[in-house]
Design a protein around this ligand. Structure first.
Ligand SMILES: [Zn+2]
Length: 237
């Protein structure tokens, strides 16, 4: 089929989407480009030399997407997946719902290049694992590794607002999967406080991970206070 030969990923579209094949190839290209640019900025370009995806399947029906994903994960077919769950990358197979279905099921995700960012996000999880030499256990809690993938993909970056320290602390204590927009904000904030992102990504494997995170956030808090209340004598003229 046309547009196939220069592409090393097999793209399988639901028949209703077939006529939009070029558009989907563009999404994939732009997702890859975004990932590679990010990796290059942080000295990780050697980790994006090899691709992350052999084939990509796009579904125009959510139940079909769910069935396929559960099959890929070897989970019982009646396992329920969240309605907002729209993409996954498992065993080098990328699965997504259509762009229209994505925004219908997750209207909060509406932003420029939302769909290629979604694809980039899935690849970012795989990049994360490569950065950790394959140690998935070291990816950290859900807010941390989702925050990283959201950061790589630049999702919700335009809506970014720093979170108050108390809100950050609350988020760090959450165990259930929560609002991705808060994960994006929290991770972006942390990334802005450290000198090296590679160093930050190594923290979850350390025994004092949460201590490091909370001290980082508290230090920032203190220096804010000091800026607001300069040491006595400073302004005396
Ligand atoms: Zn994710």
């Amino acid at each position: 089929m046309s547009g196939h030969s220069h592409f090393d990923t097999t793209v399988l579209l639901s028949s209703s989407l077939e006529e939009r094949r070029e558009e989907f190839c563009d999404y994939l290209r732009s997702a890859r480009h975004r990932l590679e640019q990010f990796a290059a900025r942080h000295g990780w370009e050697y980790l994006t030399d090899k691709t992350f995806v052999d084939s990509w399947e796009v579904f125009d029906e959510k139940p079909e997407f769910d069935r396929r994903l559960l099959g890929l994960l070897e989970l019982p077919g009646d396992t329920s997946l969240p309605a907002t769950f729209s993409a996954a990358l498992e065993r080098r197979v990328l699965l997504t719902v259509s762009p229209e279905l994505y925004l219908k099921n997750y209207p909060q995700g509406d932003e420029s290049e939302a769909y290629s960012r979604l694809i980039c996000h899935e690849m970012a999880h795989r990049l994360h694992i490569r950065i950790l030499d394959g140690n998935e256990e070291a990816m950290g809690p859900v807010w941390f590794y989702e925050g990283f993938a959201l950061f790589v993909a630049g999702q919700f970056a335009n809506a970014f607002q720093p979170m108050p320290v108390d809100d950050l602390r609350k988020l760090f204590a959450e165990e259930a999967r929560g609002d991705y927009r808060r994960y994006a904000a929290a991770f972006r904030q942390l990334a802005g406080m450290v000198d090296s992102l590679a160093d930050l990504l190594s923290w979850p494997a350390k025994p004092d991970f949460m201590h490091r995170i909370t001290s980082l956030v508290s230090e920032e808090h203190c220096s804010d206070d000091m800026a607001r209340f300069p040491a006595p004598g400073k302004n005396v003229d």
